[in-house]
Design a binder for this molecule. Structure first.
Ligand code: ATP
Ligand code: ZN
Length: 286
């Protein structure tokens, strides 16, 4: 029988779309039929299992799935026999402590002897221990932000991205407990055959993510500026330079990191670059 790599992803929720998109951009022909439990890629030896994200680490430990995509927060909280094999650069958020806005919070010691409501008791316990604070932990599975309002706890620890949910519940964020993003996790000792499939998939994911973080840049410049411009945007090996039909001018093509782009643009202009075009890259293999 043919060996498939079984990849568990969230069946619905904040990780679902990003996980599917990443797998599709990696060239996997998969469809997400509604209510399906699993599906096979038509062109690659993988099977996708759609599961509740919180259950994925256990399924991987039990070898029902070989690898999975979860939030780093869930990976750390569940603490199963899983290894983090790749950060995936989406679903970025943080796990934070928050207290009512009106509280006079002066530091972690303000939480001494208080009760903290959270869906992440393991992470919170470790954090409090590391900081020498004794506080009660009240585990609840959802709507953690309402706990102070109904008198269940004096503080909460929950996922924050913009902070607007906290604000609308009269809370303020006071400490970041951990940063999180979607990660790929794997169980122990995959067969050689599955490891090979996984390596191919990781190679593709890397190409997709590098491409997302980089742009193709084209510009015109006077020939004497080529050297200086090359030092600012060296690209993968070095830029491509082609003469323009206008004497003394060239077209220069390179790759630039998305985050660095806006800082570099003024420099490029000051060296005489004109007609700058920035184009998305679909896949990038270094
Ligand atoms: P349930 O499993 O009950 O549906 P959940 O909180 O586990 O609830 P989601 O809300 O879909 O499920 O969140 C899944 C993961 O997405 C979280 O574990 C976290 O890593 C990430 N996440 C959650 N909220 C945000 C957010 N606002 N912005 C970015 N990532 C988030
Ligand atoms: Zn969940």
């Amino acid at each position: 029988m043919k060996n498939y790599l079984r990849i568990a992803i969230q069946k619905s929720g904040r990780l679902q779309e990003g996980s599917m998109a990443l797998l599709k951009e990696s060239g996997l022909a998969i469809s997400n039929g509604r209510g399906q439990l699993k599906t096979q890629a038509r062109n690659f030896p993988v099977e996708i299992l759609f599961l509740r994200d919180d259950d994925i680490p256990q399924y991987i430990e039990d070898k029902v799935a070989d690898v999975g995509i979860v939030g780093e927060n869930v990976f750390v909280e569940k603490n199963k026999n899983n290894t983090l094999i790749k950060r995936l650069d989406f679903a970025k958020c943080r796990l934070s402590l928050a207290v009512p806005k009106s509280d006079n919070y002066t530091g972690l010691s303000s939480l001494q002897g208080k009760n903290i409501a959270t869906s992440y008791p393991v992470i919170v316990k470790k954090y409090l221990e590391a900081n020498n604070v004794q506080a009660g932990i009240h585990e609840i599975s959802g709507s953690v932000e309402i706990a102070p309002g109904i008198g269940l706890a004096e503080a909460i620890c929950d996922i924050v991205s913009t902070g607007s949910t906290l604000l609308s519940n009269g809370l303020k964020e006071v400490e970041t407990v951990m940063q999180s993003e979607a990660v790929m996790i794997a169980g122990p000792d995959l067969s050689d055959e599955k490891q090979e499939i996984l390596d191919q998939l990781l190679f593709r994911l890397e190409a997709v993510n590098s491409a997302k973080n980089n742009k193709y840049i084209l510009l015109n410049c006077p020939d004497e500026a080529i050297e200086k411009i090359t030092s600012v945007i060296p690209g993968m090996k070095s830029p491509t330079v082609m003469p323009l039909s206008r004497k003394g001018w060239s077209s220069l093509h390179s790759v630039v990191n998305e985050n660095a782009f806006w800082e570099k643009i003024d420099q490029l202009k000051s060296f005489g670059a004109e007609g700058i075009l920035v184009i998305p890259i679909e896949k990038m293999i270094l």
